[in-house]
Design a protein around this ligand. Structure first.
Ligand SMILES: O=C(O)CCc1cccc(O)c1O
Ligand SMILES: [Fe+2]
Length: 316
């Protein structure tokens, strides 16, 4: 079974906040080069690990992980509401395989996939619906978060499933690295915000715009060096994580705590779980070699922006 991996940060602010220098050209150029790789590879199945940002998953019922059996784009940040092209029978087989491996996996016949899913599909696949995809939600926003060692286990078992599939598979991990967008935290927010965090699905257009504008404003204040606007990006931590992934040193994550991730990588840093799952899945298919394509710490977009691709060693 051919397999390939791409992990990338996401930041929906890309399409709302233009940068006035070469950074945007570099980032978009790298995404375009990776999209060309995807086109040439022509995946028959994408397995996409991504977090949610209180667009599709809420505290009324918060799973650590969720396999989408049917799903649509959540409608946030201009990525539309298209139905994803999920091969339902294969996704169901994956659920059964995970259960057989003692993972109590959640699944959904009506998943909403937010920009964590739709942005990488749009940037790397050209369109949200271009290729068959199995979306796998990995909670990276709603505390308490699943322990990183369980994320490793999920990735490993997904990888074991993929290793015996006939399809040409592209594994994508979406999120992080260090960044601290103004996502409200349960227990630290006023009652009406907590109510939103519990059950804020399908917001009005005005409510959605207000929320997104707040994120955009935070980026502007961070870039302006305003104290307390958001936790600073942490390029040093980002680079050490990238090295860990490139060196396939995934054991590091077995003991990595939420507190450590929060301290080094901010609230958004918790999204590295999607990369951990993706790399663990690839690793379960055999030894790999990885290539780093880009790293930029971008305050305006509130993101440690990185892209890494990887393939099995034998195929290199
Ligand atoms: O819409 C939101 O709540 C947050 C948007 C957002 C911004 C920067 C980096 C991210 O990873 C991200 O998700
Ligand atoms: Fe995010």
């Amino acid at each position: 079974m051919p397999v390939k991996l791409i992990c990338a940060s996401h930041t929906p602010m890309m399409d709302f906040v233009p940068l006035d220098d070469t950074i945007e050209t570099d980032v978009r150029g790298t995404f375009a080069a990776l999209a060309e790789q995807v086109r040439a590879y022509d995946p028959e199945l994408i397995v996409l690990f991504a977090p949610d940002h209180f667009n599709g998953f809420f505290y009324d019922l918060m799973p650590p992980f969720c396999v989408g059996l049917r799903a649509a784009a959540a409608g946030d940040w201009g990525f539309g509401t298209s139905t994803l092209d999920i091969p339902e029978a294969t996704a169901l087989e994956l659920v059964r395989a995970l259960q057989a491996a003692d993972l109590d996996i959640t699944y959904s016949y009506r998943m909403q996939a937010d920009h964590g899913f739709t942005q990488p599909l749009s940037l790397l696949a050209g369109d949200v619906t271009r290729y068959p995809v199995i979306p796998i939600f990995v909670n990276g926003a709603a505390r308490p978060l699943p322990p990183c060692r369980r994320v490793l286990k999920l990735g490993e078992e997904v990888g074991r499933f993929l290793a015996q599939r006939p399809e040409r598979v592209l594994i994508i991990g979406s999120g992080g690295l260090s960044h601290d967008p103004p996502t409200p935290q349960f227990g630290e927010a006023p009652p009406e915000v907590e109510e939103f965090l519990i059950s804020g699905r399908n917001p009005s257009e005005e409510a959605r715009d207000r929320r997104q504008q707040k994120v955009i404003d935070t980026g502007r204040r961070l870039a302006a060096g305003e104290k307390g606007a958001a936790r600073l990006l942490n390029p040093e931590w980002d680079r050490s994580l990238l090295e860990t992934f490139v060196n396939a040193d995934l054991e590091r994550f077995r003991t990595m705590s939420d507190a450590e991730i929060l301290a080094e990588g901010g609230r958004g840093g918790q999204e590295i779980r999607a990369w951990i799952a993706a790399f663990a899945a690839l690793r379960a298919c055999g030894a790999y070699q990885a290539q780093m394509h880009c790293y930029r710490a971008i305050d305006e977009w509130i993101v440690g922006m990185a892209m890494v691709s990887a393939e099995p060693l034998a195929a290199a």
